[in-house]
Design a protein around this ligand. Structure first.
Ligand code: NAG
Ligand code: NAG
Ligand code: NAG
Ligand code: NAG
Ligand code: NAG
Ligand code: NAG
Ligand code: NAG
Ligand code: NAG
Length: 213
């Protein structure tokens, strides 16, 4: 799962700056992520470092002695693949990471931009009953920092909404007598669903859906 996301973000958001690319990775708070060196052939070096924010050393691996020095207790290093695993991620762990080799020359072999995000809260779909009429119903879906009001009429949403702010997306799916509101960010997706027949009573015993068709 993490590897898949890594590959996807590699394809989608690799920024080429000069000769080095930065790979974006999103991680849910509390989860782990593995950062690979992304090269086919093993690099040649005397020392290999994984660092955060250019200067904070996380791991040092010495080729000759095969010695691994780990400077942070939430980090693992694989000395056959040279990959770094960051564990129990916190928001403050967001930032740039890189693997650097030192030997005949110094090289950044890979750079990552890691973003640690909370899972989204579940969205809440509600009916604005006083706005509802015989032919359509007015709903609101609240995805904590994106909220949209929309009209449900004859099994479609109006407007058909996909709304994004930054990394957060709210998506409406209306079909027949269901409305689904999906709220997501790169690490999570939560959903609320309502049955229009149950929720969209206009006047006593009158349902707004399809009764007019
Ligand atoms: C480690 O050092 C040896 C001897 O210098 C060299 O042959 C080998 O390629 C080095 N390994 C890596 C991964 O750089
Ligand atoms: C290092 O990675 C290799 C290849 O993915 C794996 O087989 C091995 O178990 C890993 N070693 C450790 C200590 O995790
Ligand atoms: C739907 O209800 C919301 C909240 O009551 C209101 O702000 C909005 O104008 C209504 N939309 C329509 C098209 O009636
Ligand atoms: C949406 O829900 C959040 C809590 O999850 C609340 O703070 C906010 O006021 C709500 N917004 C609207 C427009 O109802
Ligand atoms: C839904 O309502 C909107 C305006 O309220 C209207 O423009 C649209 O044609 C309606 N769609 C259907 C399928 O009735
Ligand atoms: C949306 O809310 C999340 C927390 O739930 C926050 O981290 C993020 O910055 C907010 N985004 C915007 C654009 O307000
Ligand atoms: C909506 O209803 C029509 C006719 O009742 C049915 O053919 C169709 O499969 C339904 N679509 C969904 C998404 O449930
Ligand atoms: C909405 O979320 C559900 C899972 O809760 C998923 O099956 C569905 O594909 C999502 N739809 C869209 C358009 O993202």
């Amino acid at each position: 799962m993490i590897r898949l996301r890594l590959l996807l973000t590699l394809v989608l958001s690799t920024h080429i700056t000069g000769f080095s690319a930065e790979i974006s990775v999103f991680v849910q708070t509390g989860a782990s992520v593995q950062l690979d060196i992304q090269t086919q052939e093993k690099p040649e070096f005397e020392d290999l470092y994984w660092t955060k924010d250019k200067s904070e050393n996380l791991v040092k691996y010495t080729n000759e002695s095969k010695k691994v020095k780990i400077y942070n207790d939430r980090v693992d290093f694989n000395d056959s693949t040279f990959s770094l695993t960051l564990k129990n991620m916190r928001k403050t762990d967001s930032g740039p990471y890189r693997a650097r080799t030192i030997g005949k020359s110094e090289n950044d072999i890979v750079k990552y931009r890691v973003s640690v995000l909370d899972a989204v809260e579940a969205p809440v779909l509600t009916v604005n009953s006083k706005w509802s009429s015989h032919e359509s119903c007015n709903f609101t879906c609240n995805g904590s920092n994106i909220t949209i009001s929309f009209i449900y009429n004859r099994s479609s949403c109006f407007p058909e909404e996909v709304t994004s702010s930054d990394l957060y997306t709210l998506r409406l799916i209306c079909s027949n007598d269901s409305i689904v509101c999906n709220y997501s960010n790169p690490v999570s997706l939560k959903t609320d669903t309502v049955n229009v027949n149950e929720h969209c009573t206009v006047n006593e015993g009158t349902y707004c859906i399809r009764s007019e068709l």
